[in-house]
Design a protein around this ligand. Sequence first.
Ligand SMILES: [Mn+2]
Length: 427
Amino acid sequence: MRLSSDQIQACNEPLLRRHQQAFARLSEYLEAEGFQPDALIAQIQQLQIAIPSWALGTGGTRFGRFPIGGEPRNLEEKIEDVGLLHALNRASGAISLHIPWDIPRDAAHIRSLAAALGLKFDAVNSNTFQDQPDQPLSYKFGSLCHTDPAVRRQAIDHNIEVIQYGKDLGSHCLSIWLADGSNFPGQRSFVQAFQHTLSSLQEIYAALPDDWIMLVEYKPYEPNFYATVIQDWGTAFLLSQKLGTKARVLVDLGHHLPNTNIEQIVATLMMEDRLGGFHFNDSKYGDDDLTVGSIKPYQLFLIFHELVQGLQSRNRSVDSLAWMIDASHNTKDPLEDLLQSVEAIQLAFAQALIVNRKALAEAQQQNDVAWCQELMQGAFRTDLRPLIAEARLQAGGAISPLHTYRQLQVRQQLIAQRGKKAVATGL
Ligand SMILES: [Mn+2]
């Protein structure tokens, strides 16, 4: 199904007056603070968050899955779902495919389908963390790090095949997350596992087109609970340095031990020009994959503060990084959740844009600790929701995406079209 701009506008109509009043008040405040609302809106509209093809269905935990019905049954329907999100929020203009969960058999058809909905193809993701039914060799004991060169060969070839799919779709980025590691002390040589991983990545890197980026993701534990080969940003950074300038580190917010200072990692990676992209989610305990901004919104703002600082100091636009949601839920309508996640990202980004950086730099120089905090929290505590709504409205989207989604009964229509038992492939 598709949403027409007439449908969205009709839902905006009753909300318009209240929105305009709220936006006028906020504009007045922002102008007094020295910011131009139009310039902020242009930057907010530029930030497009890729939706992964595996996030469109209800997620599985290891204990069970409770499908919501009307989930996309194939890649075409997944693209259709991202199109629905983008029509509502005008900020989800990209899709990230996971191979082999979503193989684009007819690339030209898939590409034109996405283009008709205003969508681009973001990073393509390889998968060597599980065995596929027709796969000759098992990844039970790792993939790119495996002790057996034949298994490493298979995993390398898979990644090169994923690059080919990406080229056909117009993607420019390969994203690699490895589950490789060990469950028990002594099971593997750390050094050998690292070296095998590096040499495998070097072969994949050699197959990367010149205008592509390779993203190397890290994670401290899970599914291996003793050691992960690429356990932290330092390991991913080391690999990317050894590989070359097209290799970058991917930061997944959920892939850190509790209370890790992620914003400091971001600042360091930006300083070294090695940050490639983001996987957004939120967590309380581990890799919980909760809705972005639902647990630690201040941390998200602090991360964006460093991102904005890094981008501005390098004179880079926001689309020089790969932005993607990487989350999965058991209890919410996945499309509603994605609307909430995108909005949380936009809010944190906008809050970071209104930090008075000049005043902050001066206060830092003077070691005026209280004023530094005041400036940061002043930006964070400013309610910028009317600004985000205005950015959407001007781009043809919904003032309130979730409200409009429910009012237009999107899920009910998807269930009517696809059936109550339709379950998406993926996590
Ligand atoms: Mn991730």
